[in-house]
Ligand binder design. Structure first.
Ligand SMILES: N[C@H](CCC[C@H](N)C(=O)O)C(=O)O
Length: 274
């Protein structure tokens, strides 16, 4: 028996989306990792599951899994993709996503750009989380990153404009540092001006991706905290740019960008290891 899936991306950060709203699928972390494999499976950075919403006001419950099968509380680019799917399916322009990080309001613009309210960042060491109390604005690690959670742990290293650090070298070492009991996504940021930043993210459980929405949000929050950025910033990544605002009135972080449905397909789930 074959099961349908959507293949989507946000600035090249790509996803396989499967729907459990009409019944559970036989999925395990190992099978999710196998489906995410770019050679033996469909291939994606993150695997996204849709389930019936169980909170008032939400249109869908969304869970995010990395290519290694680990679960993440947030995924900004995938949130835009799901908002686009639900918006088209239900004929609405402001779907509400229930996630492990809370309810996310979204808005689908006439221009196809999608804005997600990612909620407020968490900046306390226990919320990131870190293994013990340190200054989350300047961690005692290589590159002295600043840490913030957008529902998932992020550490942002601010590099000089001409720095050639390769995220594939430094990223894994920082991702697995014992200071991060749940590992962390590592952003490598180069500030161009108060409203423009270049960012590459070594993602927990997925590696170097073309774009990272929650990583862009965390990098803007950390840049503002460091006095390097205005509250609205254009974040340019390898796959393209997002607009991020850390709103002063309520502390929420708004992220705007595209979402693309690449194709739909069918997969024989039971041929994948459990
Ligand atoms: N690509 C995602 C980030 C996934 C985060 C995941 N790697 C984690 O374990 O937190 C985004 O657009 O926000």
């Amino acid at each position: 028996m074959e099961t349908s899936f959507y293949k989507m991306h946000g600035l090249g950060n790509d996803f396989v989306v499967m729907d459990e709203r009409r019944g559970r699928l036989d999925l395990t972390p190992a099978r999710i990792a196998a489906l995410s494999d770019r050679f033996r499976g469909i291939g994606c950075d993150q695997f996204v599951l849709l389930r019936p919403a169980c909170r008032e006001g939400a249109d869908v419950f969304v869970r995010f899994f990395n290519a290694d099968g680990s679960e993440s509380g947030a995924c900004g680019n995938a949130s835009r993709c799901v908002a686009s799917l639900i918006g088209r399916e239900a004929g609405i322009t402001a779907p509400v996503l229930q996630t492990r990080a809370g309810l996310l309001g979204t808005e689908i613009g006439d221009d196809g750009m999608i804005t997600v309210d990612m909620g407020p960042p968490a900046l306390g060491w226990r919320d990131i989380p870190l293994s013990h109390e340190v200054d989350t604005l300047r961690l005692p690690l290589w590159g002295e990153p600043a840490a913030a959670s957008m529902g998932n742990p992020h550490a942002t290293v601010f590099l000089s404009p001409d720095d050639m650090t390769d995220p594939r070298q430094r990223g894994p070492l920082l991702e697995h540092d014992p200071l991060f009991p749940e590992r962390a996504n590592i952003g490598f940021a180069q500030v161009r001006s108060a409203r423009e930043m270049r960012l590459r993210v070594w993602e927990r459980g997925a590696g170097l991706t073309l774009a990272c929405g929650s990583g862009a949000c965390a990098a803007v929050v950390n840049g503002v905290r460091r006095g390097l950025l205005d509250r609205t910033c254009r974040v340019e990544m390898d796959g393209g740019a997002l607009s991020v605002t850390w709103r002063e009135t309520d502390g929420h972080v708004l992220m705007s960008g595209p979402a693309v449905l690449s194709f739909t397909g069918l997969v024989a789930l039971d041929t994948y290891p459990r």
